[in-house]
Design a protein around this ligand. Structure first.
Ligand code: MRU
Length: 351
């Protein structure tokens, strides 16, 4: 029996409060802990696009609340007109970020709720809020299950393990607890964690800024390294396993995650270190056969050439800034989901 999770400072990035959605502004961490109150769906779309809220499951939850906020403000009592206006709101929320499938999954679930709820427009609104809250509550439970299933597949050569992670797949990226960091949290709680190594994760530094911040909140020992140090750390025997999250996994087990994940998987294979992808089943896009079909977001080049107010590169240089890459299934030891950990090729059985 696993001990319950009750950390001193739990991190909840999305809170439904007095008819508004309160988001932790993740663009300000770790320097400033501030929150932003979101009162309509356009603000929510902007918050997702500008990464005030980020991480695949958190984007899905935020979009679900965005759908409700939009629904709340639709000025009609006619059901058909309500549904067609809700579809327009969905379309705007879908335009925010293309890679994380949880966004599209959550919007589809909200639309389905609206279509299947009988009765008046007011009744549809009530069901939509309940569904957004359900998506959020389910995600917290899902992440805890992922964390605990992860424990069962971690290497057993040593009682206390050092785990390497990339980007932030933690409480901030979910309803709370996290996927990859959920495995880290479960390992910490059960006395199986020596420390977590966090890649800084260029260009936006989610590892350096967010993963390290989350770990500090709970006293989890964390060492930040720059991305180009990972293979060296593996060679030195500092890493027992790699655990990362995912933004979209395809039916064959290929996994899109933050840029740099693929090179980490190659390095892990070269050093015979297990490489785990931890993600909820809502991140699996069974409609896509392979990772080649995953749309990869490209972000503004200033993320590369600028740090704060300082320009790093000369004018006249060209940039390429894909936000995600795809790790092929053959480099993944297991995919850890809320229903258990499976080899990527067997993911289809969990459908
Ligand atoms: O661009 P981001 O910060 O939204 O990217 C986040 C990641 O790549 C995470 O690893 C992924 O969404 C999984 S979050 C549980």
């Amino acid at each position: 029996m696993l001990r319950p999770y009750c950390p001193p400072n739990p991190v909840y990035p999305i809170i439904w409060q007095e008819d508004t959605v309160v988001l932790i502004d993740q663009t300000q961490l770790p320097g400033k802990y501030t929150t932003v109150a979101i009162t309509d769906y356009q603000e929510m779309a902007k918050a997702i696009k500008t990464m005030i809220v980020r991480g695949a499951p958190a984007i899905g939850i935020a979009a679900a609340y965005g759908m409700y906020l939009g629904a709340r403000d639709i000025q009609t009592t006619d059901r058909d007109s309500f549904l067609s206006q809700l579809e327009e709101i969905a379309q705007q929320l879908r335009q925010t970020r293309p890679t994380a499938v949880n966004l599209f999954w959550a919007i589809a679930r909200m639309l389905q709720t609206a279509k299947e709820t009988p009765g008046s427009v007011e009744q549809l609104r009530v069901s939509l809020l309940a569904t957004a809250q359900e998506i959020q509550a389910e995600d917290l439970q899902t992440c805890q299950a992922i964390g605990d299933h992860g424990l069962a597949v971690l290497p057993s050569h040593s009682q206390q393990l050092s785990l390497l992670t990339h980007c932030n797949a933690g409480a901030l990226a979910t309803a709370g607890y996290g996927t990859a960091l959920g495995v880290v949290r479960s390992a910490w709680r059960e006395g199986r964690l020596n420390r977590v190594y966090a890649d800084e994760t260029r260009p936006r530094l989610q590892g350096a800024k967010l993963t390290s911040w989350e770990c500090v909140q709970e006293g989890i020992p964390v060492t930040v390294i720059t991305d180009n140090m990972a293979a060296h750390c593996m060679k030195k025997g500092l890493i027992d396993a790699v655990v990362v999250g995912a933004d979209r996994i395809t039916a064959n087990g290929d996994a899109a995650n933050k840029i740099g994940t693929y090179s980490l998987a190659i390095a892990a294979q070269a050093h015979k270190i297990p490489f785990f992808v931890a993600a909820p089943l809502s991140t699996v896009d069974f409609k896509l056969a392979t990772g080649r079909e995953i749309p990869i977001e490209e972000r503004h080049s200033s993320e590369i050439y600028q740090v704060g107010e300082t320009r790093l590169c000369p004018e006249g240089v060209e940039f390429y800034n894909p936000a995600f890459d795809v790790t092929p299934a053959e480099l993944i030891t297991a995919i850890i989901t809320e229903k258990g950990a499976v080899a990527p090729g067997k993911l289809i059985r969990l459908k």
